[in-house]
Design a protein around this ligand. Structure first.
Ligand code: AMP
Length: 176
């Protein structure tokens, strides 16, 4: 990792027992508040995926919107938001995924992607991988092609990567 990215990593704040006991929440807001750190993260992801012919970025609510939309503008491609249920106003496609207790779901608008369109998924953190796997299933359902999944932070001990499709170019700027 470059010095610039090491510095960006040092800006992350661990918040213990948020949102519930036992969770160490990776707070990205100090990194976002630092222009050089924010741009360093965007530059790193953009450089990795520039050769992959990305045509659209799919960002996951809510912090995936921050990085995903900035990255889409940086790469000159469109942005699609994946949202919690019942937030999007038009017709949606929905994917459910398992939580520790129960299920959650995410939605994208129907016809978000053209058939064969090349999509990069972006989120701030990959933990168990359930959210990203569900979002990727929606890309496939709409006939588009996922070319990668990029995260700012990977919590490697949760092995979320194993839930993502074989052969997908999965990348995390920072690993724990
Ligand atoms: P998962 O589906 O378990 O991979 O969880 C990923 C989603 O939950 C991402 O959208 C993250 O923003 C959020 N998340 C999970 N664990 C953490 C954590 N320790 N710190 C910050 N965000 C987290």
């Amino acid at each position: 990792m470059t010095d610039r990215l090491e510095r960006a990593k040092s800006l992350l704040r661990d918040v213990h027992d948020f949102p519930k006991p036992g969770i160490v929440f990776k707070d990205i807001t100090p990194l976002l508040g630092d222009g050089d750190a924010f741009v360093a993260v965007l530059d790193d992801i953009a450089a990795r995926y520039a050769p992959r012919g990305v045509q659209k970025i799919l960002g996951i609510e809510a912090r995936g919107f921050i990085f995903g939309a900035a990255l889409a503008a940086r790469m000159g491609v469109g942005f699609v938001p994946a949202r919690k249920p019942k937030k999007l106003p038009w017709k949606t496609d929905r994917a459910e995924y398992a939580l520790e207790y129960g299920t959650d779901a995410i939605e994208i608008h129907q016809q978000s992607f053209a058939p064969g369109e090349r999509v990069l998924l972006v989120d701030d953190v990959i933990a168990t991988g359930g959210t990203a796997a569900a979002a990727l299933s929606l890309v496939e359902r709409q006939g588009a092609t996922a070319v990668g999944a990029a995260f700012v932070i990977e919590l490697g001990f949760l092995q979320g990567r194993a839930k993502l499709p074989d052969g997908l170019d999965v990348y995390a700027v920072m690993r724990f």
